[in-house]
Ligand binder design. Sequence first.
Ligand code: COA
Length: 367
Amino acid sequence: MPYAHITGWGMSVPESVLTNDDIAKMVDTSDEWIRERTGIRERRIAKEDQFTSTLAVEAAIKALKVANLAPTELDLIIVTSSSPEYIFPATASLVQDQIGATKAGAFDLSAACSGFIYATNMAAQSIRSGSIKNALVIGSETLSRFTNWKDRGTCILFGDGAGAFVLQASEKPGGVLSAVMRSDGSGADSLTLQGGGSRHPATEETVHEGKHFVQMDGKAVFRFATRVMSSATREALERIGMNLEEVDWIIPHQANYRIIETASKYLKVPLDKFIINVDRYGNTSTASIPIAAVEAVEQGKLKSGNKVVFVGFGAGLAWGALVAQWSGPIPAKKNVYPEQYRIFARLRSLLRRVLRFIEGLLSRREL
Ligand SMILES: CC(C)(COP(=O)(O)OP(=O)(O)OC[C@H]1O[C@@H](n2cnc3c(N)ncnc32)[C@H](O)[C@@H]1OP(=O)(O)O)[C@@H](O)C(=O)NCCC(=O)NCCS
């Protein structure tokens, strides 16, 4: 049975920074309050022409470059997002087209902030089953578009960004070792974005009621999060007979510094074993774990061979943890330049649109 190794990683965040002081000009809050209650100092906000797929593609190309893998070699693309570009088509299909992944299947996975753990596990299991060899998993968000900038209970928390992993099959032991995926829909109303779905299709009323914005019971989510972070971590490790002392790093979902601090206490694992960057990006939902992982590699913390636990929670309620042995690129004889495929991808996409248009004209004439 092949192993599923994480061989590439990449991230993309918008340049534009929104500080706590900036938010204090919009709602009744302060830098001090936000830092004390959440640990967040600033977050990134996408420009008008940056979409969920834009950030996803940038992160994906970087991940493919690290893996030295051509987009044409991908068998599967999973995008997970709490702020997808459309209800359909899947953001993953937009990414597939833009990077030129000509033979990849593509779908979106919705599990809110736990999405990256779910998606990485799904990709890993597809590789482990032998049905595919190369997968791309992306968490990408433009949550600022769904943030109510008049609600101080939520607008302080979220940010935009994307992170991606490439997973590849290898006979060498390692890679994704274990995962736990859990859900409790009885808590569904704790954290929602209701507008535009089939229950609340867009009307003037839904807009006035703010149903197209994130709504949250902060305290309920806080309590749930602190509980499941430690239980999911322990369960994922137990499944492979590993104990916490063997873990080099814990990379948690970056929602709130205090939640991470509480998890560290519950697990009796020192905070310096946790990768934390919530101060600079806020909660980027599905993107927070891969962004933290990429920064940990860049800072020389997360190294090949390290045992790492990814753990996340969010709307659903849903949560999960995944244990992996960090790998690195599979040695290859020649260098691949995934960014160059974007040019061909654009031409190919344009050509296919033209052909589809001509096909439409011809079929109209036949009728
Ligand atoms: C949102 C969160 C920071 C609020 O912190 P909290 O300590 O629970 O604060 P509360 O909601 O109890 O509010 C306490 C007081 O601060 C006020 N307050 C809320 N937001 C505020 C803000 N941004 N600035 C200043 N005051 C604020 C409240 O109105 C309340 O005032 P009151 O006592 O006069 O009624 C916290 O609940 C949290 O982080 N929850 C988890 C959210 C999360 O992670 N969501 C994503 C999951 S993926």
